[in-house]
Design a protein around this ligand. Structure first.
Ligand code: GLU
Length: 505
């Protein structure tokens, strides 16, 4: 292994939208590949034709494009080790299945699904293995000429892996250390099915990892139970020396309670578990996505990076480049990572603060336009500058900022009751005159004159400002008063004051 160029892969099955846990797996592969100047391969594991979902592959690719995770090779990226879609590699697998058969490491099994079902009923916890295989119909139990006759007659068969009992199987895991199991507990897994002339996941996965010169297999913990079988497969092929190193990433756990994160948790608590919105082609059901919910891809990446890994310091905000430098697969935790979606919102807010006003404005501009507002990019940027620290998502800006573009059509009743005094109309009428006389309508220009007037009249600052705010904004909250009035300009301020006086009296 030493000296080999690091090559890792992300190998999803196109069975639906990519779960956020899968995105985390891809991210950790990406970070590992980049920090070792290696290659990241994108492989599609689509040998289970029954579970194939149209559109899933495109969805997965689009998700990574949005997140900025780039692959070096694979479906959609090209490369020297293709094809990278397993359904296009049938002939390759057939060859390797034959090698195992020839070596006596695998055998034909002719048991029908009904026969297997019978056995399962007959024997509690039935497992197809060294203890039971001779009771079954396969090339080990049947006479040779019967096997040949069945094959020649085109009888459907599977090829099963012949797991020898009594062996210790060691899996060296970069996160968990050494895991050791007895081969006796491993069943004779189906490696190939003649019905669709396709291998199962296990065989295709091992053959491809070998042929694609994968050096490290970084994947979710749910694959840990398969790892001993994979080690045995490497052994059976005689590829043990080039076996990749394994790292099984901790599960993502529910935000609360026990068990792993599911789509239902997201539905119940109102957060997405998929990177992009997904329209199920069969049921028509729509599942929310991080992108459509208004998350920044950088925030999602940062959030995911800290699920199961931490740098050992207090730092929480990392760019992708920083993550590449700091990430350490050996420091991933063994225990599950709780999925704290509120933290994802926090990250989004932090990234909002760090984004330039211009960048946020570009995202906000279409929303402003959707509301029928014609304005300039500079005006939108001014609003964003005043308001972006108050929101977590760009889409939250409009309800808070609409008053900048549209005069209030009504005034919040509670605020009116509390803030609009008997004398407010009188004070606002005077304020109209004061504002009218101001030439320099900048924040500073207004502030000086208005404060002078308030002092001379010995008015209460709060009284004036609250009524002024109510007239301009319609509610009792918002950014600095003169920031608002400077933005609106003299004409609009006076119009809004007149109207408030007229309505509130
Ligand atoms: N196709 C498997 C999946 O869908 C890949 C597992 C592995 O990385 O070995 O997750």
């Amino acid at each position: 292994m030493a000296g080999r160029k690091v090559r890792v892969r992300f190998a999803p099955s196109p069975t639906g939208p990519l779960h956020i846990g899968g995105v985390r797996t891809a991210l950790f592969n990406y970070l590992f590949a980049r920090q070792h100047h290696g290659a990241l391969v994108f492989r599609i594991e689509d040998t289970d034709t029954h579970r194939f979902v149209p559109g899933a592959e495109e969805y997965i690719l689009e998700s990574f494009k949005w997140l900025g995770i780039h692959f070096d090779e694979g479906v959609g990226f090209g490369g020297q080790f293709g094809p990278y879609r397993q359904s296009e590699r049938r002939e390759i697998y057939k060859k390797y299945v034959q090698i195992l058969l020839d070596k006596g490491k695998a055998y034909y099994a002719f048991d029908t699904p009904e026969e297997l079902e019978e056995k399962r009923k007959e024997i509690k916890n039935f497992q197809y293995d060294s203890h039971t295989r001779m009771q079954m119909r396969n090339s080990l139990s049947l006479p040779e000429d019967e096997v040949q006759r069945l094959l020649a007659a085109g009888t459907e068969y599977t090829v099963r892996f012949k797991v020898e009992p009594g062996q210790d199987v060691h899996v060296e895991d970069m996160i968990r250390g050494e895991v050791c199991v007895k081969s006796d507990i491993i069943d004779d897994k189906v490696l190939y099915k003649s019905s669709d002339e396709l291998p199962t996941y296990h065989l295709a996965n091992i053959v491809d990892d070998h042929l694609m010169e994968i050096t490290h297999v970084i994947r979710g913990e749910e694959w840990l139970p398969s790892a001993p079988l994979h080690v045995l497969l490497y052994r059976a092929f005689g590829w043990e020396d080039e076996m990749p190193r394994f790292a099984h990433l901790p599960l993502l756990l529910k935000p609360e309670g026990k068990g792993k994160l599911s789509k239902r948790d997201g539905d119940r608590l109102g957060f997405p578990v998929f990177p992009l919105e997904w329209h199920d082609p069969k049921t028509g059901e729509v599942s929310s996505g991080y992108r459509e919910s208004g998350y920044f891809p950088e925030a999602v990446i940062n959030f995911l990076a800290l699920l199961g890994w931490n740098p050992g310091t207090e730092q929480e905000l990392f760019s992708l480049d920083e993550l590449v430098k700091l990430f350490d697969i050996g420091k991933c935790s063994k225990s599950g990572a709780r999925f704290d979606y509120k933290k994802a919102v926090w990250f989004n807010h932090e990234y909002m603060l760090r984004k330039s006003d211009e960048e946020v404005s570009k995202l906000f501009a279409p929303i402003v336009a959707e509301h029928g507002i014609k304005t300039t990019p500079d005006r939108i940027e001014d609003v964003v500058r005043m308001m972006k620290d108050r929101v977590d998502f760009v889409k939250e800006l409009w309800p808070l900022c609409a008053f900048f573009f549209v005069a209030p059509s009504e005034y919040d009743a509670k605020t009116v009751k509390k803030r609009w005094k008997d004398y407010s109309a009188q004070q606002m009428t005077e304020l109209i005159d004061v504002l009218n006389g101001i030439e320099d309508f900048s924040v500073k220009g207004q502030e000086d004159t208005v404060m002078k007037w308030i002092n001379e009249k010995q008015y209460k600052l709060g009284d004036v400002m609250n009524a002024f705010r109510l007239a301009l904004v319609g509610i009792g909250k918002g950014p600095g008063m003169f920031d608002i009035s400077a933005f609106l300009g003299k004409g609009e301020c006076l119009r809004r004051l007149h109207r408030a006086i007229e309505i509130l009296k």
